[in-house]
Write a protein that binds this ligand. Structure first.
Ligand code: RIB
Length: 314
């Protein structure tokens, strides 16, 4: 069956609102906290499924109550979760998320069972040329690389969201169709590749696209995003303005972008329309608190699509 396969992390997020992020050595108080299901992999799978693409998740949780809640959340959102294995050697991954009064966040992830995720959890039988494989960087890199090689070998489309940033070997880049980074991750990648660090997002994305011979998508928060192809052509899309009174936080906005991007590629939409839908979805995800809790459905994205103009050619 053709589908988007998300290979990656699943966490429980502990969300705490703080006035300002703590300094080194400082203890700060906040009245309460919320916990939600999260993890870049699971978030992206849920965003993708809410956008109407058949989606499967492959990863690991611990053999604990948190793992059960994560599996239930995936099922509630119609994500096929048979590829999520429970492992009793490590607890379910846990993320400590602090959101300050400007809505900016800092996250520490204790990987737990995510560290034990292996590429052989993804059997060859589910690899298919019509599939899209979507990865992030919260599981062991070598397992990601194996999934990318095997997916590419059957002709599937491959997408890597380089979050958090890490070095990607040349032969892995050769098998990637799309690389999604924010500006910080893009700069770090260029540094690791020994490239000149371009100031503008377009120049940086273009440099990475040419060097790695793939389509580089760079997200820029409230400034929208660009996608550059190896031949130097590309598209720019604005972000939708979120009214102050509706703004919650940016947690999971990047994941929403990636999940909807993968869903649009799966649906064979053009790159410019893919960017526009992903950008609107990411803005809508800033309206509530937490990641999965505020991700939009397909119909909501369509309802707000006209809020931003069509993609502009670069
Ligand atoms: O991108 C947001 C996610 O990063 C959170 O859900 C947290 O679990 C971390 O993986």
């Amino acid at each position: 069956m053709a589908m988007v396969i998300v290979f990656g992390s699943l966490n429980i997020d502990l969300l705490m609102k703080v006035k300002e992020q703590p300094q080194i050595g400082e203890t700060i108080l906040t009245p309460t906290y919320k916990w939600t299901t999260g993890g870049k992999g699971a978030n992206q799978a849920i965003a993708c499924s809410r956008f109407g693409a058949k989606t499967a998740m492959v990863g690991k949780v611990g053999d604990d109550g948190f793992g059960t809640r994560i599996l239930n959340a995936l099922k509630r959102d119609d994500v096929l979760a048979s590829g999520v294995v429970r492992d009793d050697k490590e607890p379910t991954g846990m993320a400590f998320v602090t959101v300050d009064s400007k809505g900016d966040n800092q996250i520490v992830v204790a990987s737990g069972a995510n560290r034990l995720t292996t590429s052989d959890q993804m059997p060859n039988e589910i690899l298919h040329s019509d599939n899209v494989a979507l990865m992030q960087m919260e599981v062991n890199y070598s397992e990601n690389w194996d999934v990318i090689h095997r997916s590419k070998a059957v002709g599937a489309k491959t997408i890597l969201n380089l979050a958090p940033s890490g070095a990607v070997p040349r032969e892995v880049l050769d098998d990637l169709d799309y690389l999604i980074v924010n500006q910080i991750e893009g700069r770090q990648m260029a540094e690791k590749m020994g490239l000149e660090i371009e100031e503008s997002a377009i120049a940086l994305a273009s440099r990475l696209a040419t060097e790695a011979q793939l389509t580089c998508v760079m997200t820029m928060g409230p400034l929208g995003c660009v996608a550059m192809k190896p031949d130097g052509s590309g598209w720019r899309v604005q972000a939708m303005k979120v009214p102050d009174e509706e703004f919650g936080d940016t947690v999971g906005a990047g994941d929403t972008f990636c999940g909807v991007f993968a869903a649009c590629i799966f649906k064979k939409m053009s790159l410019q329309e893919t960017l526009r839908h992903a950008s609107v979805a990411a803005s809508l995800a800033c309206r509530g608190v937490g990641a999965q809790t505020s991700m939009p459905t397909h119909d909501e994205v369509i309802e707000y699509l006209e809020e931003i103009p069509a993609a502009e050619a670069i």
